[in-house]
Design a protein around this ligand. Structure first.
Ligand code: FAD
Length: 377
C-alpha cells in the first residue's frame, strides 16, 4: 500500500510526487485519467513571472524561478527556461499607481523589477504600439519554459526515486476505510493514508467524492499561433497588457498570444471558439499593428482553474485526516509548481511548512477572509 496517493498527473501532481520522493517518501502513486500533462498543463503558455501583487505569490514565483534555473541539475531533464523577461504594459492612471506600489513590494522582497517609460518599453519590443501606454513594469529574470519538458523532468525524476505513475487511471469514487483512503479507478483500487487532490480544473469533482466543497471552476482560455513573423525578436520578453490580459510572446518562427474573454461561461468545453477571433484580433492588432497582415497558423483552448480570489488552494482540510489540496491555480500553476511541490511535501510529511500558507487555506472562503490577487492574466 502506498503512503500517499496523488490524484492528477499535471505539472502540480508531478512536482509534488518528485518532492515527496526527494524528501524520503518513496511510496507514492500518481493517478492520472489521461496521459501525464494532458490537462491544462499541455495547453499552457509556459510563462513564469515574479510580478504579482501579493507577497505570498511573489515568494512562490521567486523560489520557482530559482528552481527552473537549475531544473536540469535537479531532475536530469532540461526545461528550456528562457529568461527573456516579462514586460507588463500599463494603460490606465489607476493601474500605474497600483504598479508603483507592487514594484516597491517586489523590490523589497529582492525581485529585480523596474518601471519603464513607454519609449523604453518599445525599445525592448520594437513593433508595439505605445500611443496609449503610460508605462511598463519589466523584470529581466522572468521568462518561460516548455511545459512538456517540465512534466517530463518532474515525472522521470520522481519515477527514478520510486514513485509509481498510473496513466489512463481515472478516479471514479473514493471511500474511507479506517485510516486509509480507498480510491476506485478505471485500473483498479488503490489505498493509502494520505490523499492529495491535484486534479486541476476537475478538482471540485474529486471534492464531491470526499464530501468537501472545493471552489474551483473551469473556464476556457485560448492560445493562438501566428504564421512566421520577423518583427518580434526571438529573445524579446513575454508581453502582457494589464488592462485586458492580452499576452504574447515569440514561439518558434511565429508568435503565440491569448486574452481572457469576460463573456466566457464556466464549463469544461475546450473546443476553439472561432467567434472570439474578431474581438481578440482587434485588441492584438491595436498593440501589434504589423499583425493585421499575418495569418493564424493554429488555435487551441484549455482550462483555467479559477477560485473566487484567483489564488490557489493549498493545504489540509480541517476535520478531515490525511486529505490535502493543491489546486485552483487560476492560470499560474505552471510557474508555481516547483515551490508548491516543495511545500505540499513538507505538509504531508508533517514538517513545519517553510512558506506562508494562510492566503491559500480552504477555510478562507468560508470565513470570507481573502485578498484577491490583482495581477491576474
Ligand atoms: C491557454 C492557457 C495559458 C496558460 N498560461 C500559463 C502560463 O503562462 N503560466 C502559468 O503558470 N500557467 C498558465 N496556465 C495555467 C496552467 O496551465 C495551470 O495552472 C497548470 O497547468 C495547473 O496544473 P495542474 O497540474 O494543477 O492541472 P492539470 O495540468 O490540469 O492537471 C490535472 C490533472 O488531473 C487529471 N484528472 C482530473 N480528474 C481526474 C480523475 N477523476 N482521475 C484521474 N485524474 C484526473 C487531469 O487529466 C489532469 O491531467 C495557462 C492555462 C491555459 C489554459
Amino acid at each position: 500500500m502506498p503512503e500517499v496517493i496523488i490524484i492528477g498527473g499535471g505539472v502540480i501532481g508531478c512536482s509534488i510526487g518528485y518532492h515527496l520522493a526527494k524528501s524520503g517518501c518513496h511510496d507514492v502513486a500518481i493517478l492520472e485519467k489521461g496521459l501525464l500533462g494532458s490537462g491544462s498543463t499541455e495547453r499552457c503558455a509556459g510563462g513564469i513571472r515574479q510580478q504579482f501583487f501579493t507577497q505570498a505569490n511573489i515568494k512562490f514565483s521567486m523560489e520557482s524561478v530559482r528552481f527552473f534555473e537549475r531544473f536540469e541539475e535537479e531532475t536530469g531533464h532540461p526545461a528550456d527556461f528562457r529568461q527573456n523577461g516579462y514586460l507588463m504594459l500599463i494603460t490606465a492612471e489607476e493601474d500605474l499607481a497600483m504598479f508603483r506600489q507592487s514594484i516597491a513590494l517586489q523590490r523589497s522582497l529582492g525581485v529585480d523589477v523596474n518601471l519603464l517609460s513607454p519609449q523604453e518599453a518599445r525599445g525592448m519590443v520594437p513593433g508595439i504600439n505605445i500611443e496609449d501606454v503610460l508605462g511598463a513594469s519589466y523584470c529581466p529574470t522572468d521568462g518561460y519554459a516548455d511545459p512538456y519538458s517540465v512534466v517530463q523532468g518532474f515525472s522521470s525524476a520522481a519515477r527514478s526515486l520510486g514513485v509509481r505513475i498510473h496513466q489512463e487511471a481515472e478516479v471514479t469514487g473514493i471511500e474511507r476505510t479506517g485510516r486509509a483512503w480507498c480510491v476506485n479507478t478505471s485500473r483498479g483500487k488503490f489505498e493509502a493514508p494520505g490523499l492529495i487532490v491535484a486534479a486541476g480544473a476537475w478538482s471540485s469533482q474529486i471534492g464531491e467524492m470526499v464530501d468537501v466543497d472545493i471552489p474551483v471552476r473551469p473556464v476556457r482560455r485560448h492560445l493562438f499561433v501566428t504564421a512566421p513573423v520577423q518583427e518580434i525578436a526571438r529573445n524579446a520578453p513575454m508581453v502582457i497588457e494589464f488592462c485586458n490580459g492580452l499576452w504574447f510572446r515569440r514561439e518558434g518562427l511565429g508568435l503565440i498570444f491569448g486574452m481572457r474573454n469576460p463573456e466566457e461561461p464556466e464549463g469544461f468545453n475546450t473546443a476553439v471558439d472561432w467567434s472570439f477571433i474578431p474581438t481578440i484580433s482587434e485588441v492584438v492588432c491595436h498593440r501589434l499593428p504589423f499583425l493585421s497582415g499575418v495569418g493564424l497558423a493554429r488555435a487551441q483552448a484549455g482550462l483555467y482553474e479559477d477560485t473566487p480570489d484567483v489564488n490557489a488552494i493549498i493545504g489540509g482540510v480541517p476535520g478531515v485526516d490525511g486529505l490535502y489540496l493543491a489546486c485552483g491555480f487560476s492560470g499560474h500553476g505552471f510557474m508555481h509548481a516547483p515551490a508548491v511541490g516543495r511545500v505540499v511535501a513538507e505538509l504531508v510529511l508533517g514538517k513545519l511548512p517553510s512558506s506562508e500558507l494562510a492566503p491559500f487555506a480552504l477555510e478562507r472562503f468560508k470565513l470570507q477572509a481573502y485578498q484577491k490577487e490583482q495581477c491576474f492574466v
